[in-house]
Design a binder for this molecule. Structure first.
Ligand SMILES: *Cc1c(COP(=O)(O)O)cnc(C)c1O
Length: 199
């Protein structure tokens, strides 16, 4: 996945022309201001912290929401997906480093959330997402892989546990070594971000 925060649409479309098929957006406002200019041949997934009152802005545009960390958010996605006559794929975001500053459900609470969210008819849990703390040792990545396998083994109804979204520019090699099958790369594709230009 190419992560497109702060990147201008021209650059993003060039990446799509070069073969990128999946874009990751993490800010609703910025996405709304840019989406009409995007080459529609790539899918867009939402990867940032999402407030429940903003789900309505993206429900018809993204193919997956990777950052679901509460039953309240899952419920709102379900409600709006139903209203729009679709099923939304989601990942459950795990706060694998137990960082106070990060979103995500704790590893302890993950299975309870999965058991509740799988009851929702218009969301489908496809796997897990995590942002390991910078400089994490391999045990952190291995722990995510364990949680992913454990969730798969539960065979919860209405789920298809097949995506482990883990790894960014600085840690994608470790992430892949520990089972990631979706890396989210920003800086290494587009260069350093210029936040002064972002909305
Ligand atoms: C920004 C961001 C990335 C990409 O980060 P880079 O270090 O630039 O590759 C990946 N995932 C999430 C959730 C992000 O917000």
């Amino acid at each position: 996945m190419a992560v497109t925060k702060t990147v201008e649409p021209d650059k993003i479309n060039f990446a799509v022309e070069c073969g990128i098929k999946l874009l990751g957006e993490n800010r609703v406002q910025e996405y709304l201001s840019k989406k009409d200019s995007y080459d529609k041949s790539a899918q867009v997934q939402f990867i940032g912290h999402l407030q429940t009152n903003k789900v309505k802005y993206i429900i018809n545009d993204v193919s997956m929401i990777q950052s679901v960390d509460s039953i309240r958010l899952a419920g709102e996605i379900d409600r709006l997906a139903k209203k729009n006559n679709r099923v939304m794929d989601i990942l459950l975001e795990v706060n694998i480093g137990d960082e106070l500053s990060k979103s995500g459900v704790s590893a302890n609470e993950l299975f309870a959330l999965a058991e509740q969210a799988c009851e929702l008819e218009n969301v489908r849990i496809k796997g897990l997402m995590a942002i390991p703390p910078i400089g994490s040792d391999e045990a952190v990545f291995a722990h995510m892989k364990e949680l992913f396998e454990a969730l798969k083994a539960k065979k919860l109804p209405n789920t298809d546990i097949s995506v482990l979204s883990m790894g960014m520019s600085g840690d994608y090699e470790l992430a892949v070594k520990h089972g990631s099958n979706l890396v989210r790369i920003g800086t290494r594709l587009f260069g350093a971000r210029d936040y002064s230009k972002s909305k």
